[in-house]
Design a protein around this ligand. Structure first.
Ligand SMILES: Cc1cc2nc3c(=O)[nH]c(=O)nc-3n(C[C@H](O)[C@H](O)[C@H](O)COP(=O)(O)O)c2cc1C
Length: 183
């Protein structure tokens, strides 16, 4: 049975590097996992007053249903000021509520961070791992995926220019495939 995995990118930017990574993963998924993007760009800022209120934005229900329908998640995020972008934190918060209805819970996850700089979004990756703990999402440990100098990673057609990076993504997908089998 194929596992249905949601891929969530932390960037809303049209030409985001993290979206390119997400597309690359979708096109390279091994047998047994089916990857698709879950869009977070239409989610208004979470407000606890919305919980079970008729004023709740309609996009919240769509997003929560999509999250609930998946068997796991791959997060591909940039780093904003040494953390995750607010849009991604907002999405994580929305699907964790109302209290007692956390639809992330128990779903195996993986984190990839990327940056045009040398550090590769290390800070964002670990802030996201911290949030995943309380959401009860077990995150695969290795390989650690801090993609530095991401601006040089792809050619213009969505192919990875660097063979070592290509092999790292292969290892990552293999490790994540094994990880989800444990849950
Ligand atoms: C508000 C903001 C804060 C940023 N902070 C960091 C940072 O802490 N570390 C870093 O490596 N890059 C930082 N950057 C640069 C991003 O890595 C860069 O814009 C990257 O292209 C964003 O990812 P994307 O291409 O997927 O949108 C920041 C960018 C923005 C807009």
């Amino acid at each position: 049975m194929s596992r249905r995995i949601g891929v969530i990118t932390g960037s809303l930017r049209r030409d985001a590097y993290t979206k390119q990574i997400a597309e690359y993963l979708i096109n390279s998924a091994p047998e047994g996992i089916e990857l698709s993007i879950i869009d977070i760009s239409d989610l208004p800022l979470y407000n606890q007053d919305f919980d079970e209120s008729p004023d709740e934005p309609l996009s919240y229900a769509r997003f929560r249903e999509e999250v609930a329908s998946k068997d796991g998640f791959i997060f591909v995020t940039p780093e904003y000021n040494r953390s995750i972008p607010a849009a991604l934190k907002n999405a994580l918060d929305i699907a964790s509520r109302p209290s007692g209805k956390n639809v992330w819970s128990g779903k195996p996850a993986a984190v990839i961070s990327a940056s045009p700089s040398a550090i590769g979004g290390f800070g964002a990756s670990h802030h996201l791992r911290q949030v995943a703990v309380v959401l009860n999402m077990p995150v695969v440990a290795l390989p650690e995926m801090y993609i530095s100098h991401v601006a040089d990673a792809f050619d213009g057609s969505g192919n990875i220019a660097d063979e070592r990076l290509k092999s790292l993504f292969e290892k990552f997908l293999e490790a994540y495939s094994k990880w989800i089998e444990r849950f």
